[in-house]
Design a protein around this ligand. Structure first.
Ligand code: SF4
Ligand code: SF4
Length: 539
């Protein structure tokens, strides 16, 4: 943890005093630890985005284009026309307050502008002033406010303090989705060059090399070869992982973190043991070497551009369908946007398991199947030999990652798998799981070190629920199916609940899977000795 990070005791003492002035007249203070650094201009230039320059949020002068107000208002007008849901969200909120205490950033920071209703009001008030007859006539009396530079700065601060997790929308009686409001807010900010590096660097890298870290094809191949070697050492089995193989049945796409970060990497090893065991005819791609889509945190246009490459690659390689790994926002894009933006993918076939024959008809438009659906089906048909005792050193709980749970309804499959491969599984409290799951606090591109205090605050409700099962059931492993979660939950838990580690579901599948041709297994996929040694080291 950074030196200036407050202790957990200090962080839970919320002493925020909202200013006495009218909330519509903002003066945003950019306090260290609570905001993200702006994008490096070279990434904006590479992507053809507006107003590349060096600037800092704490600077008085943001070097905005001279006609910035006109650009934003025209952008707002265009989006009100284009996105009916957005227009509706601007009009129908009755300020009932049902969403007010549902946002993890409000719970962790106490800042009223982190209440979803008020976050949306930041933009709604401008909408009222410029786009409704009452607001044009009566201004503040009709709830409208002028679009000033301070308002723009406030947008930047609070739209980059929303992880677009959609928890608030679950509780809104009108179904208002504040994440969609945040998305439009960020899109407008992008029009005048106000964006953050943690989002735009991965987007630019994706364009250049196909993945977030900018790993080139030979580096991608090296990483996969390394994983194959390690797996051979641990299991005695040398698996085959084809890359860019034309005519394979299935294209497998996974977040790049799976092959360059831990604990993601152990999930990757889990996938490979599974594919080997069932003899899957698949290929990975050095071009579609990223499942993640940071376009979701930038603009609709960027979502479309990044999602398209997966389908272009499926076409080029001539596969039948696409299998997707453990990712969060990749699945939100696939389930909620792909069909409209790049679909339907009629050149592909409806995913059908080559082992069980199950036809996954719900994916008939996107032709893309989640690995948990695929694996749960294999287990349901008794196609895998499993030894859960190999995971006996873990006492496990499951964190529903926001996008797979709320955006695609993936609730049962991961739990079904975990119950098959782990002897000890415990749910967190009901109002913190499934559709009501609490965000990790670092999604939507906010997982940067400079933003750590806000991440720890936002992640507090999630960590608090983990603490509950840790204390009550001795849980020492939090599983999830999202690459951002796997990156951001470890520091969160180290801070709030030391003694709990993080893993992907398929890491535990890989541990428990008894491969036909394997040698004696003495360690799990982390290299931890099986049979008691692991329990001590992980407890
Ligand atoms: S719950 Fe819905 S209607 Fe009620 S204040 Fe929140 S956004 Fe508005
Ligand atoms: S989408 Fe999530 S982070 Fe954003 S306001 Fe709603 S609950 Fe908060």
């Amino acid at each position: 943890m950074a030196e200036h990070t407050p202790t957990p005791e200090a962080l839970t003492q919320i002493d925020l005093q909202p200013p006495q002035r009218d909330w519509r007249d903002p003066a945003v203070a950019f306090r260290k630890g609570t905001f993200c650094y702006p994008a490096n201009p070279k990434h904006l230039e590479y992507l053809g985005l507006a107003n590349p320059r060096k600037w800092q949020p704490a600077d008085a002068d943001w070097h905005l284009p001279e006609n910035w107000r006109q650009i934003i208002l025209e952008g707002l007008k265009e989006r009100l026309k284009k996105y009916r849901s957005f227009r509706l969200f601007m009009d129908i909120c009755v300020r009932c307050g049902a969403c007010a205490d549902k946002c993890h950033f409000y719970l962790g920071s106490g800042d009223p502008k982190n209440m979803p209703v008020l976050r949306a009001e930041l933009i709604r008030s401008v909408y009222r002033r410029y786009f409704t007859p009452a607001g044009r006539l009566l201004g503040p009396l009709a709830g409208g406010r002028e679009l000033t530079e301070q308002v723009l700065k406030e947008w930047f601060y609070y739209f980059y303090q929303c992880t677009e997790c959609r928890r608030c929308s679950v509780f809104c009686p009108y179904g208002i989705d504040t994440a969609e409001v945040t998305m439009i807010g960020r899109e407008l900010l992008n029009l005048v060059g106000c964006n953050i590096n943690w989002v735009l660097e991965p987007v630019a890298n994706c364009y250049r090399t196909g993945n977030h870290l900018g790993i080139q094809p030979h580096g991608f191949k090296d990483s996969i070869d390394f994983a194959v070697d390690e797996l051979a050492e641990m299991t005695g089995v040398r698996v085959e992982v084809p890359i860019n193989k034309k005519g394979a049945e299935i294209l497998f796409v996974t977040p790049s973190a799976d092959y360059f970060a831990t604990p993601h990497y152990y999930t990757l090893l889990g996938y490979f043991t599974l594919f080997h065991e069932i003899g899957l005819d698949f290929t990975m791609s050095a071009f579609a070497s990223e499942g993640g889509n940071f376009g979701l945190f930038t603009s609709h246009e960027m979502i479309k551009r990044l999602n398209a490459k997966i389908y272009m690659e499926a076409k080029r390689l001539g596969v039948k369908w696409i299998l997707g790994g453990e990712c969060g926002h990749m699945w939100r894009v696939v389930h909620q946007y792909m069909d409209t933006m790049n679909g339907p993918a009629d050149f592909l076939e409806v995913p059908t398991s080559p082992v069980t024959g199950t036809r996954f008809a719900h994916t008939r438009s996107t032709k893309m199947l989640h690995i948990c659906e695929f694996t749960a089906d294999l287990m349901r048909h008794g196609k895998l030999r499993l030894d859960p005792s190999r995971n006996a050193h873990w006492r496990v709980t499951f964190h529903d990652s926001c996008n797979p749970s709320r955006a695609m309804g993936l609730l049962e499959e991961p739990r079904y798998i975990l119950r098959q491969v782990c002897p000890s599984f415990h749910e967190m409290p009901e109002n913190t799981i499934r559709e009501q799951t609490f965000c990790c606090g670092s999604g939507a591109g906010l997982g940067t070190d400079e933003n750590l205090e806000m991440r720890l605050r936002g992640g507090f409700p999630r960590a608090n629920a983990v603490r509950h099962v840790h204390e009550r059931h001795g849980v020492n492993l939090l599983t999830c199916v999202c690459a951002i979660d796997k990156a951001t939950l470890p520091p969160l838990l180290e801070y709030w609940v030391p003694g709990v580690e993080v893993a992907g579901v398929h890491e535990l599948v890989g541990n428990a899977l008894v491969m036909r041709d394997e040698g004696p297994r003495t360690t799990d996929l982390r290299g931890t000795p099986l049979g008691g040694g692991g329990a001590a080291s992980h407890a």
